[in-house]
Design a protein around this ligand. Sequence first.
Ligand SMILES: [Zn+2]
Length: 117
Amino acid sequence: MNKITIMSTPPCPQCQSEYVYQDQANLVCPECAYEWNPVDSGEDEALNVKDANGTLLQEGDKVTLAKDLKVKGSSLVLKIGTKALIRRIVEGKDHQLDCKVDGAGEMMVTAQFVKKA
Ligand SMILES: [Zn+2]
């Protein structure tokens, strides 16, 4: 009944297969033939983007605006408390969040101007 797993591998990031095996430094998925280096993927996620409270933000997080924000090139003002969804985190100098903002659509937002919901 009991199976003993000596080494656990993460599921395949492409197809979520659990039959991933290790081939030297790489992990290999036998189902979709995807091969990746687990160390590399760890570095990709090392973007340290924090909100107004210093909370780490991740893609898919729901946030609210921590202050009124003027939209560049328009008269639109996004009010404090407006909800947004983080679609992507980028290594921008002052706009790190690619957000979908309620009532305004897709927009680049500065991480320090939002709070994790
Ligand atoms: Zn796979």
